[in-house]
Design a protein. Structure first.
Lengths: 320, 507
């Protein structure tokens, strides 16, 4: 059991950094610590969490998915264009179609990468362009509409007490954890990322798992796209762009090894917080946009140095 | 010899790692013009001692002197400056670079203009290669060379820096018999040039062929340092492990004359070639022998569904099985334990538990969800059964010792309850104690009726473990030996026999 605890300790630095930034923000602006602002934070953090998890699935196998941005953009636009009349069937359609699109794009990526053994970096870079183009084709300027009932549901409170986004965060993390730790699929992901050849020799259907992780990535990215359409009450074909790189950064700061096989969902919430809070603080401080970019980049590298288990600072518990 | 100058002298060396005393007050020296063999089980402290010489670790106390002058090594390049060269077990060559580029990595000869002098580099490479009797194009890519030749290039790389002390860390692990002889010639040649050679090996035969002096280490301490003549094979082993040689192999199975066939396989690679067949009777361990690279591994992998065959006929307990890929083979309860245990066997970063259960996840899951309870029970049972030494089931697999890693790979497949167990080099690089344990385990499995097929390049192991031996020579079975006819002489005769396709003789 000792080892178990040590595994949890691996994710501690991420949360120490996240809490520190949170407290610094609180000192700079006491209103920041108010419950209302925290609810706001829960609401804003969800898409980044979803995108980070989407990326995590693929990174764990040693791959990479640069198409999360376009999936978010495309599903966001589609979600905003679907009929927003609040009949039961329309809601069902709204709930089904965007995830299907995400899933299909992921399957397509996975198939190309697995079937022809093309480098995932290039394949997803290319498909990212393709689906971004589709998103712009469907909706060239931000627009569309979303059912206000959906908006109220997502931004509301359960039993007028618990904010729905917080419940979503808990549910997303729990489900992902369950998939990774307690299913054959999850275990196979780690095996594949650890060593493809041994995984194959151990009877794991490597190709299927690989395709499935890209599909998972597409699915989670589409959830992010849908969520964004609800809280914006409209669609924006370019909304996904920043998520391409941010999802990778969040996953890596959250403890996922780019080389695959190591990491998990436990650190990703903390990483998403770090990411979002940096923006927030810089805004609070009234730093100009140009310097914001510079500062953000530097803080990310600092966060990586503190939380990284790959190399660098000797925080990694090295086995002899 | 005592009067000769000591090239290297280590005195009172102590090195602690968290939790272990890896090297405990060790004295070790090397004289010019001798081969000093260092033997001991895995974890005896040999590698640590050599890492201290390479400057990778620094001793906690004690002194290292080269040519009578005390030195402190902080890294390998400092060790190199003091004339210490190391030929590593794992190859350190860049596969996509040429032989010449590898030999002169970081020390490229320059022209006056500062550009690399390729002419000079190729010329020097040729002279180094001829020095170690290696006929090779300096422009050849490492990738295109067989492992044994790469090992030679590796030696060339070390020799090219003209060190006075050369350390060979298990250099023969990937070499065939001829190549070993070639290596020995090179080592003897270096010795006659007055170099001090430190040679680490698990193979006793090599030590008796090569050594001038032998040092035995056990549990971080030196048990003895004596001239070779004062050792016998038995005394050497008993110093290493404290048990007699004859106890290593379990007694062979009692073969009933007409025992039923539990497993048979026949492989035909091309429509025109003759099929290669093997079969295992109940309670039997079938050994596959012959020189290295005679198609033994290819045959066994093909049976397991890896690799191409024109026709593959497999029968288990008389029932024919269709095998197109390894998934089919696994589905038919065939297990293959690969040879290269750290690279091919385990997931380094995953836990002991995850490593053990990875091949049998489906058996302990419902609708894709793994039953943790069943998994823990199965894993803990297997750890006990194989006496795998680990702090907990959640420990990372890479922190285990070599022997335990090999047991882990075995355990992974035993959890699958195989009917056929194919073992490739199951004890390669494993210490004597673990070897014994693995031998007993194989025998026990054979007694339980599992068809065990064993490929090993270790002659003693082949003879000691097999109830029947199939000797292969260039993709052809040249002999099938049983009982008392399993002798080194018979095996070697069949291994080197010149045969036409399809011809085989039975002893």
């Amino acid at each position: 059991m000792f080892e178990r605890r040590r595994n949890l300790l691996i994710y501690l630095p991420v949360y120490i950094v996240a809490v520190s930034i949170y407290l610094i923000a609180g000192i700079l602006q006491p209103r920041f610590l108010s419950w209302n602002n925290n609810v706001n934070l829960f609401t804003r953090i969800v898409p980044l969490l979803l995108a980070g998890i989407a990326q995590m699935f693929v990174l764990l196998t040693g791959g990479i998915d640069l198409s999360v941005g376009s999936v978010i953009g495309l599903t966001n636009v589609v979600a905003a264009l679907l009929p927003f009349v609040d009949t039961g069937w329309n809601i069902v359609l709204w709930l089904i179609i965007p995830p299907m699109i995400g899933l299909a794009i992921g399957l397509c990526n996975g198939f190309i990468i697995s079937r022809w053994e093309f480098p995932p970096f290039i394949v997803t870079l290319a498909t990212n362009t393709v689906w971004s183009g589709f998103a712009l084709l469907i909706m060239d300027v931000p627009g569309g509409k979303i059912s206000m009932n959906l908006y109220r549901a997502i931004t509301g409170k359960l039993f007028s007490l618990i904010p729905v986004p917080l419940i979503l965060i808990m549910a997303i993390i729990s489900i992902t954890y369950l998939i990774l730790r307690h299913t054959v699929f999850g275990r196979s992901i780690y095996a594949l990322g650890g060593n493809k050849n041994i995984a194959r020799e151990s009877g794991i259907r490597v190709e299927r798992i690989e395709v499935a992780t890209y599909a998972m990535s597409g699915l989670f990215a589409s959830f992010a796209g849908m969520y964004l359409s609800v809280i914006m009450i409209s669609g924006d074909p370019l909304v996904g762009e920043p998520y391409v790189m941010n999802s990778i950064a969040v996953a890596v700061i959250g403890g996922v090894a780019l080389s695959g096989g190591r990491g998990g969902v436990q650190g990703i919430l903390g990483a998403a917080y770090i990411f979002y809070l940096i923006d927030n603080i810089l805004n609070l401080l009234g730093v100009s946009t140009f310097y914001q970019y510079v500062a953000k980049g530097l803080i990310i590298i600092l966060a990586l140095a503190i939380t990284s288990r790959e190399k660098g600072l000797p925080l990694r518990i090295k086995a002899k | 010899m005592q009067t000769q100058s000591k090239l290297l002298e280590m005195k009172g060396i102590v090195k602690k790692f968290p939790g272990t005393l890896a090297v405990n007050l060790v004295d070790f020296d090397c004289i010019a013009g001798e081969v000093h063999c260092l033997v001991g089980e895995n974890g005896a402290g040999k590698s640590t001692l050599m890492r201290l010489l390479a400057g990778i670790h620094q001793p906690d106390s004690g002194t290292i002197a080269v040519n009578g002058q005390e030195i402190h090594l902080r890294n390998y390049s400092e060790a190199r400056k003091h004339g210490i060269g190391i030929v590593y077990q794992e190859l350190s060559l860049l596969p996509d670079c040429t032989v010449a580029e590898n030999l002169f990595m970081g020390i490229w000869p320059r022209k006056k203009s500062g550009l690399v002098d390729w002419q000079e580099m190729y010329k020097k490479t040729s002279s180094i290669l001829s020095q170690i009797h290696l006929d090779l194009d300096p422009k050849e890519l490492i990738n295109n060379l067989p492992v044994a030749v790469r090992q030679m290039v590796e030696i060339g790389k070390v020799v090219s820096q003209s060190p006075s002390i050369i350390i060979f860390d298990e250099p023969t692990a990937s070499l065939s018999k001829d190549e070993v002889q070639l290596l020995f010639d090179i080592i003897r040649n270096l010795r006659s040039q007055g170099k001090g050679i430190i040679y680490i090996s698990h193979r006793l035969a090599e030590i008796f062929e090569l050594a001038d002096r032998v040092t035995v280490m056990k549990d971080g301490k030196v048990m003895a340092t004596r001239p070779l003549e004062e050792f016998t094979e038995e005394s050497l082993i008993s110093l290493m492990v404290g048990r007699e040689l004859k106890e290593i192999f379990p007694s062979k199975g009692k073969i009933v004359a007409n025992a039923k066939m539990v497993f048979s396989a026949s492989v035909q690679y091309t429509p025109s070639s003759a099929p290669v067949s093997i079969s295992v009777r109940e309670g039997e361990v079938l050994g596959i022998g012959g020189l290295q690279g005679q198609g033994q591994i290819r045959l066994l992998q093909t049976i397991f569904g890896i690799g191409k065959a024109n026709q593959l006929v497999v029968e288990i307990n008389g029932v024919p099985c269709r095998i197109h890929n390894q998934y089919d083979a696994i589905g038919k309860n065939i297990a293959l334990i690969p040879a290269n245990r750290t690279e091919e066997g385990i997931f380094q970063t995953m836990s002991v538990s995850d490593n053990l259960s990875v091949a049998t996840l489906g058996k302990r899951s419902k609708l894709g969800f793994i039953s943790r309870k069943q998994e823990t029970v199965a894993v803990v049972e297997m750890i006990k059964e194989l006496s795998i030494i680990t702090a907990s089931v959640h420990q990372a697999a890479m922190s285990l010792s070599g022997g335990n890693i090999q047991k882990l790979v075995l355990g992974k497949w035993l959890l699958a309850n195989p009917l056929v167990l194919i073992l490739l080099e199951p004890t390669k690089g494993v210490d004597v104690g673990t070897k014994q344990h693995i031998y007993q385990l194989i025998r026990k499995l054979a007694d339980q009726g599992i068809a065990c097929v064993l490929y090993t390049s270790d002659m003693l192991e082949l003879i000691g473990m097999s109830d029947r031996v199939v000797v292969m020579n260039h993709d052809v079975v040249t002999a099938e030996l049983t009982g008392n006819s399993i002798t080194e002489e018979n095996i070697m005769r069949a291994a080197v026999a010149v045969v036409g396709l399809g011809e085989a003789y039975h002893v």
